[in-house]
Structure formats: structure tokens, C-alpha cells
Design a binder for this molecule. Structure first.
Ligand SMILES: [Zn+2]
Length: 144
């Protein structure tokens, strides 16, 4: 998370991850490539998703975006954060006071990246495709 991602795409990634957690309870993406034009997130998963599941994910993410939730930061001690979140994607250089990014009451996640100030700045979220191989589900998406 040390790269300066496009804040809109990267904020959409937070919402997508929380949506995946809520729908399937299999965790946030363990690897992501976030770029301005299109992005991808990889999840540890047991199968590919159906067309209707992809539509449902898209619908839920766009609902969060349209609700114009505020994106806020809060600082917590690393030892407290470790109880609540998986810090695998956070560099050690993030320090002892970790920044938690909260998207309304929808999502909270430790992160050092750049984000929008409210979700309506993101635009419309679209899933381009999904694929599945060897326990890894890949979702490709863009924003319009
Ligand atoms: Zn972030």
C-alpha cells in the first residue's frame, strides 16, 4: 500500500473488499493492482463467481458510492490494531500509530494510501470480469 494509487480507484478497492467480506466471508484481497484505467484484486477463494453474484457485488458497491459516505482517518496503536485487522499488507515502516481509514460505518481498514473525501467522488463502479484458478479469484474492475 505504499504506492500513490489513484485515490478514486483505491477507495473503490476498500469498498469492494468490504463487500466481498460481507457477501462471502473469505477475507479481503491479498494482492491488488490498482491503476487509473482498470484494476484487479485477488482473493483466496474456493470457486469462480456467478454472473448474478458479480451483478450483486457491483450493485452493493455502487450503493455505498451513491450514499456519499464520508471517508475519515483515525489513529490507533499497532497492538490494538493487530487484534482487529490483518496487517499483512501494511509495511513495518507504517510505525506504531497506525492510520485506520473508515468509510462511513461500512468499512474500516488500516491503510497508508490516498483516498477520496467522500464516496460520491469515486464515480460508477463496474466489474469487467472475474476468473478463477488454483484457489485464487481475480476480479477486474474500472470506474466511470
Ligand atoms: Zn486505502
Amino acid at each position: 500500500m505504499s504506492k500513490q494509487y489513484d485515490p478514486r480507484m483505491h477507495s473503490a478497492e476498500h469498498i469492494l473488499n468490504q463487500t466481498m467480506v460481507r457477501m462471502f466471508n473469505q477475507g479481503r484481497s491479498f494482492s491488488a493492482h490498482i491503476e487509473k484505467k482498470k484494476s484487479k484484486c485477488d482473493y483466496h477463494f474456493d470457486r469462480d463467481l456467478t454472473e448474478s453474484e458479480l451483478i450483486e457485488i457491483e450493485k452493493r458497491v455502487n450503493e455505498v458510492i451513491k450514499n456519499d459516505l464520508p471517508v475519515k482517518e483515525e489513529f490507533m496503536k499497532r497492538e490494538d490494531v493487530e487484534q482487529l485487522f490483518n496487517l499483512g499488507k501494511l509495511p513495518d515502516s507504517a510505525g506504531e500509530d497506525l492510520r485506520i481509514i473508515k468509510i462511513g460505518d461500512y468499512d474500516a481498514c488500516p491503510c497508508i494510501g490516498l483516498h477520496v473525501h467522500s464516496t460520491s467522488e469515486i464515480g460508477e463502479f463496474k466489474i469487467i470480469s472475474s476468473s478463477y484458478e488454483d484457489g485464487i479469484l481475480r476480479l477486474r474492475f474500472k470506474i466511470e
